[in-house]
Design a protein around this ligand. Structure first.
Ligand code: GLA
Length: 392
């Protein structure tokens, strides 16, 4: 066990000021991919891995950032929070600060140290995790009284406007609102949500990281967003809708011929059907029908592969190999795609076999090993007491 507070004291000077601790998880999306920015449904949950933040106020205008995971230490003035490519991970918490300042909140100097155990660049939302860790910490430290949904929106704005990644609301929402042993059905249009207990009846969620570098992810992500907007404009000539997420499967089938480009039609098809699958999956889970839930995961992956075209050889291989194993009910890519992770539903008794065989077969085909994580479903971002540090 590493005691973050003593690490913190090693890095920063001694001070009488109290050190406060905060925790913020990563997330995995069970189903509902590339639907959030289309105003559709998603069904993510927070993980029991995440980011710790130890923070205390200073009595000057300096803001100091450090991380147990990276060597970089950053010093800024609270009056000059600007994006800097070299400052890498620190741009996420800096972005949250900047948006809070833009909204008129007064923040003085502080020093913060982060420590995380979410694999980086794996598509498990390490960036949303650090954003929300910063947001809840600042909210508490400066008694800003901002509610969680607003902290979530502020964190998303930090990522969109300060870091320049055009993500939807899903990651920040799951990280902020997560609840132990529950997934969240979220309507990304209205932000209405409900918790659904993840009663997995002898099955486990296994996350497999392709370990592929996510190179083109951002440009392809934006390309998909543009294609969706184009598809929406075709359908708006006959339907009174603001987002693709409002379109039913019936209306899609009735009017899809209005979408002239085949590629754009396929993108819209994915969004409309995936949205529908989320509701079916939630129903299946509530009815304790894990077989059906697993099938919907499989259908989701097929649609992301064939119609949305965001998978790639590595993700497809992981899913194909997973589905060959006995005791696997479903498997699909999770997150933006083009790399990152898959999520699979595997029977408890078959987990070790699954890990061994999928690792071997993936390595044989792709040339390097994937990483497997058997995860638990945890709570959203919050203040923690020292005795919770043992979890890290
Ligand atoms: C990334 C984005 C999310 C969402 C997913 C795809 O994780 O950050 O907002 O769009 O991709 O479902």
């Amino acid at each position: 066990m590493e005691d973050l507070k003593s690490l913190f004291k090693n890095i920063y000077r001694d001070s009488e000021e109290k050190i406060n601790l905060f925790y913020s998880p990563g997330r995995v999306n069970l189903i509902g991919e590339h639907t959030d920015y289309n105003g559709g449904f998603v069904f993510p949950c927070a993980l029991d891995i995440g980011t710790l933040a130890a923070i205390r106020k200073r009595n000057d205008n300096k803001v100091l950032f450090s991380s147990f995971n990276f060597p970089l230490k950053i010093e800024s003035s609270i009056n000059n929070i600007v994006y800097s490519k070299e400052e890498d991970w620190a741009n996420y918490p800096k972005g949250v600060l900047k948006i809070l300042q833009d909204l008129g909140y007064k923040i003085s100097g502080f020093e913060v140290m982060f420590k995380g155990n979410i694999p980086n660049g794996a598509g498990l939302s390490s960036s949303a995790s650090i954003e929300l860790a910063m947001a809840v910490a600042i909210n508490e430290l400066y008694k800003l009284n901002i509610d969680m949904v607003d902290l979530i929106k502020i964190s998303q704005r930090a990522e969109n406007e300060f870091v320049g990644v055009n993500c939807g609301i899903m990651d920040q929402f799951a990280v902020g609102m997560g609840k132990k042993d529950n997934a969240i059905l979220l309507n990304c249009n209205t932000l209405e949500y409900k918790y659904v207990p993840l009663n997995l009846q002898g099955y486990k969620i296994i996350i497999c990281n392709t370990n592929k570098r996510r190179e083109l992810a951002d440009s392809k992500y934006n390309e998909r967003r543009n294609e969706c907007e184009k598809g929406l404009r075709y359908l708006q000539t006959v339907l009174n809708v603001k987002k693709l997420g409002e379109i039913t499967v019936e209306d899609y089938n009735k009017y899809c011929n209005l979408i002239l480009e085949n590629k754009v039609r396929k993108r819209v098809k994915h969004v409309v059907y995936e949205n529908n699958r989320v509701l079916k999956a939630v129903k299946a889970l509530e009815e304790k029908d894990l077989v059906n839930f697993g099938q919907l995961m499989i259908d989701s992956h097929a649609s992301l592969k064939e119609d949305y075209e965001v998978t790639g050889e590595e993700l497809d291989t992981l899913v194909d190999e997973a589905l060959k194993i006995e005791g696997v009910l479903g498997s699909r890519m999770t997150g933006a795609g083009f790399g990152g992770c898959t999520v699979s539903l595997v029977k408890n008794t078959h987990v070790e076999h699954f890990k061994k065989i999928v690792t071997k077969n993936y390595k044989d085909k792709i040339g390097y090993e994937p990483t497997m994580y058997v995860v638990g479903i945890g709570d959203g971002a919050k203040k923690i007491k020292e005795d919770m540090l043992w979890q890290f």
